[in-house]
Design a protein. Structure first.
Length: 73
């Protein structure tokens, strides 16, 4: 599984686990809702500049975001 597929699946799980909408996530990290939709559908991946913001928001590591380590919940 490539990083695009890993990020897609991890983001789906994180959004569901946190109980938020894609719009709420988008607003929290300062992107448009359409970007989140593209990420969770696997059409695109987040820009590198957003990796730390995403990890901070969900309180995960980069390894977890990329699916190299399991999520801690």
């Amino acid at each position: 599984m490539g990083s695009r597929e890993n990020i897609k699946e991890v983001l789906k799980v994180l959004i569901k686990h946190k109980g938020i909408t894609q719009k709420e996530f988008a607003n929290a990290i300062g992107v448009q809702e359409a970007a989140i939709s593209k990420w969770v559908s696997g059409m695109q991946i987040p820009q590198v500049e957003l990796y730390d913001t995403i990890c901070d928001y969900f309180e995960i590591s980069l390894d977890q975001l990329f699916g190299r380590k399991p999520l801690d919940f």
